[in-house]
Design a protein around this ligand. Structure first.
Ligand code: BG6
Length: 477
């Protein structure tokens, strides 16, 4: 379904995110017929260049990141939507020109793909030059602050010129198809929800493992670390979608209210319930300390923790979270281990094992439910656990299996005015309020993160988190 006619301004249009994700995503939506040909996409950045040079730059990025041919007629048509205005975020240059490019009657959206230190300047100038009005939307990228205090300051700064209904805080994990699917699996099937609580679920494991290191972006990452880069936002969102109560409706505030309740119910994490790690160099690849260009750095590239949610539904069911760079495989999944049946009528040696539901976010997005069946043959009642496994792409066939990139979905939601998959200001603040004490305790201690080998499953210490509870991490593969 096409969205309404819009003017979208992308601040930071010459940057990496814009090249890799935003423009390729917009192009794919254009090809899908979702973007009206009258719409305008205006790049804005400090570099001085004209529309033609900018279109060339973006054409190069789209060719590189989508694989489309340079001569593709769709690309030629898409480029016609593009314009460029050189802008000084902290000064006056370019703002009048930008204003003259905006059309009356079209939806106006402004994407801040820039450092958070510029958010305030952009918001203020959009307002003072009367470029934005009450109907305009602004989109802001992570990191949204680096602690509670800075997140509050950012929220307050944006609130001077924009209402909460106008602010779209991106967490690209919420744009991933399978992440949205978590809500559908839970709330559109009768099968799972009655069992979705501490009475029937033994524990939950959430893993986001990456094979890449931080080389090339060490300067940013070293000030951030896995806790700020992944846990406070992406992992927290996954946790919320798994743990939240059913919202009364699929409506932005109804969903976000329920997520917020989960974050507020998180218990503070005990130092003993958290392990942080840093990858080391081996013959083939550099270690974290080289990538971060600080031989003394104590920033974590891996974190594993046991999280408890203090409410009726989850009393006694731990959630184990882990994420890290340079691990054995790139895999993101949520594994829900149910309890064993209370009584077995079968021979104990081959008796039932706990059911497990694994939701794979990437790669091979899909679900795997492990169930017990009888092993075929005359040898008596022997039980065996087998997978009910499906990948969404296969199950839905070539038409339905097209998985749009997270950014495609999210940018279209901005134009539609749907905030469901964006973080509300209070959610972000609550997440920082929970992570701040953990990070502060690390800063205060002089302890170094546990070393781990590149290509491994993380530091040995992280095994202990589950072993002492008589549980095991799932293999990363
Ligand atoms: C980003 C982090 O937000 O998410 C990166 O800054 C991380 O460090 C990335 O690599 C992971 O996203 P995805 O979509 O590749 O799982």
């Amino acid at each position: 379904i096409p969205v309404e006619d819009f003017d979208l301004v992308i601040f930071g249009a010459t940057g990496d995110l814009s090249h890799r994700k935003i423009f390729p995503g917009l192009f794919r939506r254009f090809v899908a017929g979702q973007i009206p040909e009258t719409s305008r996409i205006i790049g804005a950045a400090r570099t001085r260049q004209d529309d033609k040079a900018f279109r060339n730059e973006i054409a190069g990025a789209i060719v590189e990141f989508t694989g489309v041919k340079k001569t593709d007629p769709n690309l030629t048509k898409f480029l016609e939507l593009l314009g460029y205005t050189a802008i000084d975020a902290k000064g006056t240059d370019g703002w009048n020109e930008l204003k003259s490019r905006m059309r009356k009657g079209a939806i106006h959206a402004f994407y801040f793909s820039v450092a958070p230190s510029l958010f305030g300047d952009l918001a203020e100038r959009l307002h003072s030059h009367k470029i934005a009005d009450e109907g305009s939307r602004i989109v802001v990228e992570k990191p949204f602050g680096r602690d509670l205090e800075s997140a509050r300051a950012l929220n307050a700064m944006l609130a001077q010129h924009f209402s909460e209904q106008q602010i779209y805080r991106i967490d690209h994990y919420l744009g991933k198809e399978t992440v949205q699917n978590l809500m559908v699996v839970r709330f559109a099937n009768i099968l799972f929800e009655p069992l979705w609580n501490a009475q029937f679920i033994d524990h939950v494991q959430i893993t986001v493992a990456e094979t890449v290191g931080v080389s090339g972006r060490g300067a940013y990452y070293d000030k951030s670390g896995a806790m700020r880069d992944m846990v406070q936002n992406h992992m927290m969102q996954l946790l919320c979608l798994i743990a939240m109560e059913p919202p009364y409706h699929f409506d932005p505030d109804a969903v976000r209210d329920e997520k917020l309740k989960v974050i507020r119910a998180l218990e503070p994490v005990e130092p003993d319930d958290i392990v942080r790690g840093q990858y080391q160099a081996d013959e083939d690849s550099s270690g974290y300390l080289e990538d971060a260009e600080d031989p003394e750095s104590r920033t974590e590239s891996y974190v594993a923790m046991k999280v408890k949610i203090s409410n009726w539904r989850w009393q006694g069911t731990p959630f184990y979270l882990r994420t890290g760079k340079k691990l054995r495989a790139r895999t993101s999944e949520i594994a829900i281990t149910f309890k064993e049946p209370p009584h077995s009528i079968f021979d104990m040696s081959s008796g039932p094992k706990a059911n497990e539901l694994v939701i794979r976010l990437q790669p091979n997005d899909g679900m795997n439910l492990k169930v017990m069946i009888k092993e075929p043959g005359p040898g008596g009642m022997r039980l065996v656990q087998v997978p009910l496994d499906m990948t969404f792409a296969e199950a839905l066939g070539p038409e339905g299996g097209d998985m749009p990139d997270a950014y495609e979905r999210l940018i279209m939601d901005v134009i539609r005015g749907d905030q469901t998959l964006f973080m509300r200001g209070d959610e972000v603040e609550a997440a920082w309020a929970w992570t701040d004490p953990i990070i502060e305790a690390w800063d205060d201690s002089k302890a170094r993160p546990e070393p781990y080998d590149a290509g491994s499953s993380g530091p040995e210490e992280s095994l202990r988190l589950l072993h002492r509870d008589n549980r095991r991490w799932r293999e990363i593969r």
